[in-house]
Design a protein around this ligand. Structure first.
Ligand code: NAD
Ligand code: UGA
Length: 475
């Protein structure tokens, strides 16, 4: 049968639900999109009249919200009503690693997915297509299906016309480039069992995406492909990061190596930037989940193989704090250090699993006084991530590590011994080296963990420079 989709509901107004629904609303102006969330504060920010207050910073997002909000794109906490009116429901809720119980530290906590499924089963009316947009362990669709179908069985008389069709449609957007990724994706993946339901979702995407980019599979392959895509991407970063350390001790340069190997079309040039380790809400949790699934099926060698991608990432973050401490004469007690960038990558305000968190914690533990500057991350988020209150003024009589927020790069550099670049924000490429060098204490250092092409000019102002993966750092 032909499913005509007029009303779409998305459960979860986060980094995926917000931008992905905004783009669907922008491309399919004949569909009504209602994004619902239990978090009222987040919904209020999505509805804020000042578009600079949106809960998520993504280039290009504001403009779409301005065009579509209140027309065919709505944000609300009215879960019941919007589920009841929807022909298609996307589940875009969080799926973090479990912190307690069976599988703690590895398995995905499915409690938000289960709660969403129960909400759908309670309120949905008629034929409803339920789309898994969240990243889920393979075979989660089975769980969702059994929750949905259990209410149909229970309320058999009232819900004769009720029927659910489940699709897996994982999201591949990356933060910071989300709008472009959604508008021009490499592929759209739809897994399912019902051809007409698949077609209904395909029709939405084909409004702006070429048919040859739409891949259709069974449910389990779609669910698993998402986990594996993230695992392969993270594996490349751990591979290049492991080699950055080898470059530093042999005199080779990681950028030259990445360029040379990337020219081989079988390897490819992307995702070969060495850095302070991968962050973000997904790589680590998705690999941990892969490890858990492999162990569950008794595939211990496969589990160990992927576990090592995470081990290398942890090692890289620790390695960087150690390099900084060693170069600063083996101690950072009482030293002021300027931390430039706190988000896990540029062009996002997201700090989840940001390498900056571990590196800053290590330096604070060693007694450093950190002046942290990030153009998009708010001090209250840094306070939460470091689990340490911001100091109003540093206490020079104390050997305890502390941190303060700086409102500019130059403010962060005052009396500082080192500039530590942890995120590759574009504005860091345009520093006035004369101005910044005058504010710092000698001997002054630059630690560039992102290879932000620090200009030769910096050297002229007497900086000692350490760049990740550069063998010319050899003593
Ligand atoms: P998020 O934490 O930013 O947003 C999830 C939202 O869901 C929260 O606002 C939460 O309040 C809401 N929510 C949870 N349970 C709810 C319920 N029962 N009813 C209504 N609202 C509910 O998470 P995110 O970063 O958007 O990620 C969502 C999913 O997408 C995850 O599975 C993630 O792995 C996947 N993913 C994320 C990205 C990314 O770049 N962040 C990219 C691709 C896929
Ligand atoms: C990643 C994937 O790229 C998306 O396809 C996926 O949808 C998403 O995870 C998800 O499932 O959440 P994201 O984490 O937003 O997207 O950002 P990436 O660009 O992948 O960067 C992740 C981390 O790796 C960042 O800390 C980044 O700085 C680091 N990275 C990336 C490197 O260190 N080197 C690189 O070459 C690329």
């Amino acid at each position: 049968m032909d499913y005509s989709i007029k009303n779409i509901c998305c459960i979860g107004a986060g980094y995926v639900g917000g931008p992905s629904m905004a783009v669907i609303a922008d491309k399919c102006t004949n569909k009504n999109i209602n994004v619902v969330d239990l978090n009222k504060e987040r919904i209020d920010l999505w509805n804020s009249s000042n578009l600079s207050n949106l809960p998520i910073y993504e280039p290009g997002l504001k403009e779409i919200i301005k065009r579509r909000r209140g027309k065919n794109l709505f944000f609300s906490t009215e879960v019941k009503k919007n589920i009841a009116e929807a022909d298609m429901i996307f589940i875009s809720v969080n799926t973090p690693t479990k912190i307690k119980g069976i599988g703690a530290g590895e398995a995905i906590d499915l409690k938000w997915v289960e709660a969403s499924s129960r909400q759908i089963s309670r309120y949905a009316k008629g034929k409803t297509i339920v789309v898994e947009k969240s990243t889920l362990p393979v075979r989660t669709a089975e769980t969702i299906k059994s929750i949905l179908n259990s209410t149909i069985t229970k309320n058999k008389n009232q819900s004769e016309s009720q029927e659910f069709f489940i699709l897996s449609n994982p999201e591949f957007l990356a933060e910071g480039t989300a709008i472009n990724d959604l508008e021009n994706p490499d592929r759209i993946l739809i897994g399912g069992e019902d051809d007409d339901a698949i077609k209904a979702l395909e029709n939405i995407y084909s409004t702006w995406i070429n048919q040859d980019k739409i891949i259709k599979t069974d449910l389990w392959s779609a669910e698993l492909s998402k986990l594996i895509a993230n695992a392969f991407l993270a594996q490349r970063i751990s591979s290049i990061n492991s080699i950055s350390a080898l470059c530093e001790v042999t005199g080779a340069d990681i950028k030259e190596v990445a360029n040379a190997i990337g020219k081989d079309t079988r390897i490819g040039e992307f995702f070969l930037n060495s850095g302070p380790g991968f962050g973000g809400s997904c790589f680590k949790k998705d690999i941990l989940n892969l490890v858990y699934i492999c162990k569950y099926y008794g595939l211990y060698e496969t589990a160990n193989y992927w576990q090592n991608v995470i081990e290398i990432n942890n090692w890289q973050q620790k390695r960087i704090s150690n390099v900084i401490i060693n170069k600063l004469f083996g101690t950072v007690v009482g030293k002021k250090l300027s931390i430039l960038g706190f988000s896990f990558k540029k062009n996002t305000n997201d700090t989840r699993e940001s390498p900056a968190i571990k590196i800053c914690k290590n330096l604070i533990e060693e007694g450093a006084k950190l002046n942290i500057y990030d153009p998009q991350v708010m001090p209250k988020i840094i306070e939460r991530d470091l689990n340490l209150k911001e100091s109003i003024e540093f206490d020079s009589s104390s050997e305890l590590g502390e941190w303060k927020f700086a409102s500019s790069i130059y403010e962060s550099a005052i009396d500082s011994d080192a500039l530590i670049f942890l995120t590759e924000w574009d504005e860091f490429k345009f520093i006035n080296w004369k101005k910044i060098s005058e504010k710092m204490r000698d001997p002054k250092w630059i630690f560039d963990t992102r290879s932000i092409s620090i200009s030769k000019e910096a050297q002229a102002y007497g900086f000692n420079i350490w760049v990740i993966g550069e063998g010319k750092n050899l003593p």
